[in-house]
Design a protein. Sequence first.
Length: 95
Amino acid sequence: MSINLGSDNGGLLLDLSTGGAAIQAVAPLQPTVASPFAFHLPQLNSQIEGTGVFVWVDGSRLSGGLRFDRLSPHAQQLLEQWLKVSRTETVRAAA
């Protein structure tokens, strides 16, 4: 899935949880700086928007871990629902 990181950056979601995401970005990431983000959840046709902080960034500054700091209760609920369904589908496919 793709993620928008404000007007001047974006990238791919490599891993996603209720508390944050691992990201591969197009432009260098700024650690410890608040960053707006937005991404679309497939199957739910919902956009998740919020603000987070990159708590780690690799040496290239193009990969990092984004902690979600501001996420509306509704967005949190949608994310939890999507992750639950996504995990169930993954388990079924592996069986």
